[in-house]
Design a protein around this ligand. Structure first.
Ligand SMILES: C[S@@+](CC[C@H](N)C(=O)[O-])C[C@H]1O[C@@H](n2cnc3c(N)ncnc32)[C@H](O)[C@@H]1O
Length: 285
């Protein structure tokens, strides 16, 4: 029975892959991959920048694109010690909930970045406010996250997390590891998130959207085709608020008089204090 189901899903996937190969490249673009050169380009634009990777998890995939000699100081902060413990890319790990507090000195951070994390935060506005407090004027925030009003996200919000994890493991075992955290999608749609950012003193400097989510249904061709029709329609109409994923790049506007300044080269490193506990410095234990 399991073999039959598996063969059936494999056959459907092959058919969906063929349909996918006919779709426009821009529509199929993988924002997880796009995120990496976007972050590395902002790191490359500074010498020795202080970078905070929020919800860094097990790796910082953008670092492999960073140019020689840049040597960013990357602090990974994650509420799950088990995840950050595996991260060998960062300069310093911190275990902490970023909605509780960002344990960095004011005006000490050049870049704050996150991938697949905002949707897991209960209070995104409070988090963005803290980003603003800790960042230098002209500092850059890059966030890549799924959006609240995509059908997949709506299903994810309607069914209990355990059921969502079970369904994902059944139909997409390859993503089960990445998608096991509870998702709230608080403020996670384009107009709302950018308004929150603007209200905390950021300007939006770049944005990218993905509308292709039919891939979640590639285990059953008819469902894939129905979903794909919807995806192509909103892609053609450019309805950003119902995109399934977005990357937003925002710059912190100057809070003092004068123009945006680059960070002072001799500035002190950020104060590393884990929220509610001791800081963890150096390599993860
Ligand atoms: C889907 S994973 C993404 C990991 C990594 N950014 C990546 O792209 O591979 C989400 C990560 O966010 C972390 N996370 C969730 N809520 C958090 C919070 N409130 N504060 C800090 N980290 C959080 C999780 O522990 C997990 O490591």
């Amino acid at each position: 029975m399991t073999f039959l189901l598996s063969s059936f899903m494999q056959a459907n996937r092959r058919a969906c892959r063929w349909v996918e190969s006919l779709l426009p490249a821009g529509f199929r673009a993988n924002l997880h991959r796009r995120y990496e050169p976007i972050v590395s380009a902002h790191i490359d634009a500074l010498s020795h920048p202080v970078v905070i990777d929020v919800g860094a998890g097990r790796q910082c995939p953008y670092l492999k694109f960073v140019g020689d000699g840049r040597e960013p100081y990357v602090v990974g902060i994650d509420s799950c010690e088990e995840e950050i413990r595996h991260n060998q890319d960062i300069s310093a790990p911190i275990v902490g909930d970023v909605t509780a507090a960002l344990p960095f000195a004011a005006n000490s951070v050049d870049i704050i970045t996150s991938r697949s994390v905002l949707e897991h935060l209960k209070d995104t506005a409070s988090f963005i406010g803290q980003c603003s407090d800790t960042m230098v004027d002209g500092g850059i925030m890059i966030h890549c996250c799924p959006c609240r009003f995509s059908p997949f996200a709506l299903i994810n919000q309607m069914v209990p997390n355990r059921l969502a994890k079970f369904l994902l493991a059944l139909f997409h075992p390859e993503w089960a590891e990445d998608c096991g955290f509870v998702a709230y999608y608080n403020n996670c749609w384009y107009s709302r998130l950018t308004n929150v950012m603007k209200s905390h003193g950021f300007e939006i400097v770049a944005r990218e959207f993905r509308y292709y989510q039919a891939i979640y249904f590639d285990f059953f061709l008819p469902a894939y085709v129905i979903m794909l029709s919807y995806d192509l329609l909103i892609y053609a109409l450019g309805i950003k608020n119902v995109a399934c994923q977005m990357i937003i790049v925002a710059r912190k506007l100057p809070t003092r008089t004068g123009s945006i300044v680059s960070r002072p080269v001799q500035r002190a490193a950020p104060v590393l204090e884990a929220a509610g506990g001791a800081a963890r410095r150096g390599t993860a234990a």
